[in-house]
Design a protein around this ligand. Structure first.
Ligand code: NAD
Length: 295
């Protein structure tokens, strides 16, 4: 069993750290919010006073933070200096590719192993230990991280070199954001044409319109019982997080010289959905915006 440092005990980090403890690992945790640390302690995490304290005497160090600046602040803020050479640093936050590569460079300069390993699966996946980890970094870092990540997830994929995990995450969510808007437009058109939701679902779910946004998160209540649309659009995957990922995709596209016109339009539409006050609801609730009627 490993000694693990865990920074960022929020909606995702708290259940992830709890699953590590349940499987017998020794976890030292830190968060800026005292209440989050208290909850983690109730799950068997040992509280420490700073990220540097969490990095001392551990084999693996995991961060689960809001943005690239936070990862760079924490990794660059004394933690790398406190850790023993060869310690593995894993960042599971969803952040921009440029910051992810900068974090790898900080770790390499101190002779540490590092991996960017963002997740999909949301809070439900974090609790049930069914997350998918998308990893970027050297083979040695991936091999060392895999058994630890498998405790918190169902699939652990090595996507390539430093930053490749973040690249996979934002490319996937670019597809998802665009496809959800497409599914919503089709349902709203069907309503105007007098076609029932169920009839469209029955045809499209077994035809070429089939996609995850339709068959797992169908934006109208009825056809998919577990979809957030049947639960008053309670997230699920919050519209604010979809907007965050679409903005990251736009930043990456601008930096890499890629043309993503539908991604740009999707980012604008989710921006409007958030400005409507719907950021905390499920992203499939964007159907209300497409319909032009507040929920
Ligand atoms: P969250 O805001 O609930 O948790 C982040 C935690 O980090 C907070 O508890 C905050 O206090 C802590 N924190 C921030 N700066 C810190 C610092 N310098 N030192 C210590 N702690 C610090 O966010 P979350 O929902 O847990 O998401 C975490 C990451 O996972 C984000 O990058 C998010 O995009 C990604 N993600 C979230 C979901 C989801 O469904 N919530 C799904 C996939 C990926």
């Amino acid at each position: 069993m490993a000694k693990i440092g865990f920074i960022g005990l929020g909606n995702m980090g708290l259940p992830m750290a709890g699953n590590l403890v349940k499987s017998g690992h020794e976890v030292a945790g830190f968060d800026l919010v005292a209440g989050n640390v208290e909850q983690a302690v109730r799950q068997g995490v040992k509280a420490v006073a700073s990220p540097a304290d969490a990095a001392r005497d551990v084999e693996v160090f995991i961060t689960m933070l809001p943005a690239g600046k936070d990862t760079l602040d924490v990794w660059g803020g004394g933690m790398l200096a406190a850790a023993a050479p060869g310690t593995l640093f894993v960042d599971s936050s969803t952040i921009d590719v440029t910051s992810a590569r900068a974090a790898h460079a900080l770790a390499a300069a101190q002779n540490m192993l590092s991996l960017d390993a963002p997740v999909s699966g949301g809070v439900g996946g974090a609790r049930a230990a069914t997350l998918t980890f998308m990893c970027g970094g050297a083979g040695e870092a991936f091999a060392k991280a895999k058994p630890i990540l498998e405790v918190m997830g169902q699939r652990v994929v090595h996507c390539g070199a430093a930053g490749a995990g973040q690249a996979a995450k934002i490319c996937n969510n670019l597809m998802l954001g665009i496809s959800m808007i497409g599914v919503c437009e089709a349902f709203v058109l069907a309503e105007k044409l007098g076609l029932s939701h169920q009839a469209l679902f029955d045809v499209a779910s077994t035809s070429s319109g089939q996609c995850w946004a339709l068959t797992s998160y169908c934006p109208v209540p009825g056809p998919v019982p577990n979809a957030p649309s049947n639960n008053a659009y309670k997230a699920g995957f919050a519209s604010a997080l979809m907007l965050k990922d679409l903005k990251l995709a736009q930043e990456a596209a601008a930096a890499a010289g890629a043309t993503t016109p539908l991604g740009a339009a999707a980012a604008q539409l989710f921006g409007l959905h958030n400005a409507w006050g719907e950021g905390r609801t499920d992203f499939s609730g964007i159907i209300h915006l497409i319909r032009g009627k507040a929920p």
